[in-house]
Design a protein around this ligand. Sequence first.
Ligand SMILES: Cc1ncc(COP(=O)(O)O)c(C=O)c1O
Length: 383
Amino acid sequence: MLVPGLRRSDFPALDRFTYLNTASVGLVPASVTGPAHQFEAELAQAGTTGMDEDTEVGILEDARNAAASLLHAVPDTIAIATSFTEALCQVAWWLRPGKGQNVVSTEVDFPSVTYPWHRIAEDTGCEVRLVPVLDDPDGFDVNKIARFVDSSTAAICISHIQYLTGHRLGLAELATMAHDHGAVLIADATQSAGQVPIDVTASGVDVLITGSYKWLCSTFGAAICYLSPPVLEQFRPPLAGWRSTEHPYALDARWKPLARTARRMEYSTMSYASAIALGRALHYINSLDLDQVAAHNAALAAQLVDGLTGRGAKLITPADPRNRAGTVTARFPGRNGETIAAELTRRGIIVSPRVGSTRFSMHFYNSSDDIGHALAMLDEVLQ
Ligand SMILES: Cc1ncc(COP(=O)(O)O)c(C=O)c1O
């Protein structure tokens, strides 16, 4: 059974292999790449005669509006960035926590979640607190994070769903905890947007950033950054350029007011083709029911978890299905998980090696048969 509205034929790569690697890079439908390629081709053929100034200024609006629908935000609170890392760096350097302040994240977060803060710590002496996870994966939750948060915490910067372990946290609980301590919650939704519903307004998250090329099934080169209305009111971007202003084509070298909206974070040209692709990908995702997508991915994850544990694997993904989504990472006692990942990939089961483990990630285009086939191939590898 596939998610209603989804056509497996939109993802022809699935005819060639069993793709369980969306946590690395998602498969991109032709309805997403087509318009992006067409834009590049027209630019090559017609230059500025095919794209006037108004078109250029408005070229991010489709992605912005569709991102706002996805996240239950108003479009003014959405910036289109070039990558997760770039957007977080802008927010981090604006906050620039000082000596005596701290930022809370985890030891398993993607390095781009923690590196901006480590770099700022070099300059200011702020403290970066990383909550341990791997010592007790099932004991990791909001309560454990709470032990690291205090009145000197400037930000909790953490993934909604972890790239390595697949842990899923509650955004509303995290936001409440941050606000109770006078801190902001900055959520990395790169591993969640597109596979679970997100309501930034209801959850109270302050900043939420997601890349485009995983569960949103778009190309590299674009990202979404939501700034809550109170954050937006105060946000002064550390990077500024011609596109940051209220009227980019005023092209005035004197200082002009920055855009009122989150657009003030967009300072330059970017890969407009990537922004076009992102808009199309978001339309694709928005045409699906994300509750159904989440249920589908959870069912595939449960099937895989049963199969893996039955084969003696130890999971670093939580056993409780409420605390995970479509990513499952396993260690195989006495075996190197990275070698197993390579062996599976050689047999057409595309998975990722991750720090001694094998990571499987299932999205809406996968089926129960894919999991059955992956487990059969795993039996061959384990023999
Ligand atoms: C959780 C998470 N955040 C951020 C990134 C990287 O984002 P970007 O390449 O858009 O900077 C990744 C890439 O794997 C990721 O898994």
